[in-house]
Design a protein around this ligand. Structure first.
Ligand SMILES: [Zn+2]
Length: 199
């Protein structure tokens, strides 16, 4: 078994020490969250692990990450806590104006419905956009059934181009957004729970 941590040294571990060892079963979605946190293929920064422990991360996101960690080591930098669009500006329910053309749209991080992946199999996204493992993570995302798949997938320009997916698969290809995602893959759910079933 490969016990290499999913996050670089000093960032976070694959096996996170839960800060609260009591009352685990009372937390919403705790079984899935615990399983993810205990997977050696999953790593999280302390702020991201804390969001998971507090149960504020959307269950669909937890499930999508569980799929990716079946075959790859994935390190999540941020869910909600500590996310900033602009340095020093705290996040709110809306994307601030000035963050590309997306300014004013709902901020999926704020609602616990987005994750930023910065390392795959120990490799930083920055400079490894077309690495085979990093591309495979994209293909695994596309392989998630559409109702469960993130509908807001944004990654480095070269990664997005090499994969060739479009809006139907959930990819965001606006060039201003790609430029802002040179060093991470953002996976988010714009729709409320269940809205994709109403058609
Ligand atoms: Zn993000």
């Amino acid at each position: 078994m490969d016990l290499s941590p999913a996050c670089p040294l000093g960032v976070g571990g694959g096996i996170w020490n839960l800060s609260s060892q009591t009352g685990d079963d009372a937390r919403p979605g705790s079984a899935e969250v615990r399983e993810l946190l205990e997977s050696p293929n999953f790593g999280a920064t302390p702020q991201a692990a804390g969001d998971l422990e507090r149960g504020i991360v959307d269950g669909r996101l937890v499930a999508a990450l569980a799929v990716l960690t079946e075959e790859h080591r994935v390190c999540v930098d941020t869910f909600k806590k500590g996310h900033h669009f602009l340095p020093g500006v705290p996040d709110g329910p809306r994307i601030p104006n000035g963050y590309g053309k997306a300014g004013g749209l709902p901020n999926t991080h704020y609602f616990g419905r987005a994750a930023d992946i910065r390392w795959v199999d120990g490799k930083p996204l920055e400079g490894n956009a077309t690495d085979a493992d990093v591309l495979d993570v994209g293909r695994m995302l596309a392989g998630i059934p559409s109702k469960k798949r993130p509908d807001q997938i944004i990654g480095p320009p070269k990664w997005s181009k090499a994969l060739g997916y479009g809006r139907e698969e959930g990819w965001v290809l606006a060039s201003d957004q790609l430029r802002l995602h040179n060093d991470h893959i953002h996976i988010g759910y714009m729709g409320e729970q269940g809205t994709q079933d109403i058609r």
